[in-house]
Write a protein that binds this ligand. Structure first.
Ligand SMILES: Nc1ncnc2c1ncn2[C@@H]1O[C@H](COP(=O)(O)OP(=O)(O)OP(=O)(O)O)[C@@H](O)[C@H]1O
Ligand SMILES: [Mg+2]
Length: 244
């Protein structure tokens, strides 16, 4: 699904990713862990095509295609989804309106017919129910005035609606209460399929208890230091990052 080779990326003149290698197989749930500031969110932003980050060396292949040559919207339409650590607010844009536009843009890109309003509402209400998203929440502007936990639930809801092939979750579990964590964990588990991969960036094993990762990579100073089995998470929880 995703193959990253010798990736170097910078913000301004500061190099943050310094020769990162990572492979995520199709159908795999891959957890990324690592101390604050090691470049996890930067990696997620580079994958999504955030304009603040410049790739200076290396390559990213997504389903065999050169991801770095694709514009951010092409990446999204091709199946890359990023749930942000800090979700952006879109004042004046309603969630339903936003999702319908995104969904139909993707369908158009894939050569499919757009969903009409009735089909869309049906589709949306089903998924909203599963994540305890109320119709009042759907009427409000995207992320504006929502609590931290509500924003994360809404991000999960967007992911469920768009059915991406590759989902990047950046600290989806931080700031969630027990019930919301369970809900998000379940939503991700339900979406786990042979054709879909997940990159789950996290500091704790909270979310990983609901979504057992196939492999775990530990980052440090802009590189992946080690990739191993889910056992690594326990080792990190017990001993911290210094041992790596
Ligand atoms: N837009 C930016 N401008 C300046 N510095 C940046 C920018 N984005 C990232 N950095 C710097 O790059 C480094 C890596 O940041 P990043 O957000 O990727 O870390 P992280 O691994 O996600 O950390 P955390 O666990 O705290 O979320 C940090 O030192 C950060 O200050
Ligand atoms: Mg981060």
């Amino acid at each position: 699904m995703l193959e990253i080779k010798n990736l170097h990326a910078r913000v301004g003149d500061k190099e943050i990713l310094k020769g990162l290698n990572l492979t995520i197989q199709t159908g795999e749930v891959h957890a990324i862990m690592g101390p604050n500031g090691c470049g996890k969110s930067t990696l997620a932003s580079v994958i999504a095509g955030h304009p603040a980050y410049t790739v200076t060396e290396g390559e990213i292949l997504f389903k065999g295609q050169n991801l770095l040559k694709m514009k951010p919207d092409e990446r999204a339409n091709s199946g890359v989804f990023l749930a942000f650590q800090y979700p952006v607010e879109l004042p004046g844009v309603g969630m339903a309106q936003f999702l319908k536009a995104a969904l139909n843009a993707k369908r158009k890109f894939l050569g499919q017919q757009p969903m009409d309003a009735v089909q869309f509402m049906k589709y949306m209400n089903l998924r909203a129910k599963a994540l305890d998203i109320t119709s009042e929440m759907l009427k409000r502007s995207v992320n504006v005035g929502f609590s931290g936990g509500e924003k994360k639930r809404l991000e999960t809801f967007q992911m469920a609606m768009l059915e991406p092939d590759f989902c990047v979750l950046d600290e989806m579990d931080s700031g969630l209460d027990v019930d919301a964590l369970k809900l998000v964990g379940k939503a991700v588990s339900v979406m786990r399929e042979v054709h879909r991969s997940f990159m789950i960036i996290t500091h704790h094993d909270d979310l990983l208890q609901y979504v057992q990762p196939d492999r775990v990579s530990v980052m440090r100073e802009g590189r992946v230091l080690i990739t191993g089995s889910a056992e690594l998470v326990k080792e990190i929880e017990a001993k911290g990052y210094d041992k790596f």
